[in-house]
Design a protein around this ligand. Structure first.
Ligand SMILES: *Cc1c(COP(=O)(O)O)cnc(C)c1O
Length: 369
């Protein structure tokens, strides 16, 4: 594969330090789900720890277990599974677990009884995202059962948490609404004598824009990888540094006449004598096909070039112009400090930078674990 994905782990550590300054007093959980948003699970986890993250978070339980196997001894929370767990492995690995239903709670309790140790659990309240977690109506019943199991010494309820729907739109009315529902949930836990160690609600956007919603712990993901989730009112990037760069090298540079159609379907035609550059990566390498037709750009020698014509499976073409100094072997930056950002790609192809990072990151060789 001719695509090169570089991950600047120092940038991840520095971003976590920056987020800690914003979190002021709250602990930081580095969210490393989805292979660290494509940056590598183990490396991202290590970098987050180096930056001062006292927690790591993964959606997939297998990723939490992989962090432990790689030697991470800190607090790790995992949250996305049904009643099939894998709870025995998670209990044995001392992973904090989320639950949002009686069925999952009972399944965790069985594994805990079998192991003879009481795992630490976080009750996920659906305060309005309409995704994971227990709706408020069912919360009293779930809390009662959780308290019973805690009193029997089977589990420890250490956390209550939730997730925001509109955090990337500061001022959206649902943010305060969700916070209010969360407070109701916390009160219900308090009424039952459940003493919580950590209450947590804020993702990256809320970490940066809603200090009143930090509670005991914040859970930044995208910001840790250097992508600002919301506009910085100071006109900067919140001091965040992108950690991923994506590059390749020009495979071919050649002269063509005016009127030359370029790539499948000849969607682009040269309007003058010019030089074409062949970039040897395509949609099989994560380059969105929707970026063709001039929508997405790459940088060569510090200059931007739109993609000329369609993106193919393994390659695409740029029109370098007649006077170009670019030659075969020159570096082509798809994402990087001297080229387009993940956000530029997202805008070009109609998605969010999260998907751009996961897509390109998915092509990284998994040599770490
Ligand atoms: C992904 C995720 C986060 C991190 O979100 P960002 O927007 O990347 O900061 C936090 N909490 C939960 C539950 C998540 O699923």
């Amino acid at each position: 594969m001719s695509i090169t994905i570089r991950i600047d782990t120092d940038a991840i550590a520095a971003n976590v330090r920056t987020l800690r300054e914003h979190a002021d007093g709250a602990q930081v959980m580095g969210v490393v789900k989805a292979d660290g948003y494509g940056h590598g699970l183990i490396e991202s986890g290590r970098a987050a720890r180096a930056g001062g993250a006292t927690w790591l978070g993964t959606a997939q339980p297998a990723e939490a277990l992989a962090l432990r196997e790689a030697g991470d001894t800190g607090r790790i929370l995992t949250w996305l599974y049904g009643p099939d767990g894998p709870f025995p492995a998670l209990v044995a690995a001392d992973i904090d677990m989320s639950f949002g239903s009686l069925k999952v709670l009972e399944a965790i309790a069985s594994a805990a009884r079998a192991a003879g140790t009481a795992p630490r659990l976080h009750l996920f309240v659906d305060t309005g995202l309409g995704r994971e977690g227990c709706p408020l109506d069912l919360l009293p019943e779930l809390l009662d059962r959780a308290k019973e199991l805690q009193d029997e010494g089977v589990v420890r309820i250490v956390g209550m948490w939730s997730h925001l729907a509109w955090a990337d739109q500061p001022g959206h009315p649902t943010i305060n609404l969700q916070a209010t529902v969360f407070l109701v949930g916390l009160e219900m836990a308090d009424e039952r004598g459940i003493a919580l160690e950590v209450r947590h609600l804020a993702n990256s956007a809320a970490t940066l824009t809603r200090p009143d919603l930090h509670f005991d712990l914040v859970r930044p993901g995208i910001a840790m990888y250097g992508r600002p989730p919301v506009e910085d009112p100071d006109g900067g990037d919140w001091g965040l540094v992108p950690a991923m760069s994506v590059t390749t090298r020009l495979a071919l540079v050649k002269p063509v006449h005016a009127g030359q159609g370029v790539s499948y379907g000849h969607e682009y035609t040269t309007d003058r004598e010019t030089m074409l550059g062949l970039v040897p990566v395509g949609y099989a390498d994560g380059v969105f096909r929707a970026g063709g037709g001039g929508r997405a750009q790459v940088a060569i020698g510090g200059r931007r070039y739109p993609i000329a014509g369609r993106v193919c499976m393994d390659q695409f073409v740029v029109d370098l112009g007649a006077d170009t100094e670019a030659t075969e072997g020159d570096e082509v930056t798809l994402i990087g400090a001297d080229g387009p950002s993940a956000a530029d790609w997202a805008e070009a192809v109609g998605t969010i930078d999260y998907e751009i990072l996961c897509r390109f990151g998915g092509l990284r060789p998994k040599a770490d674990s």
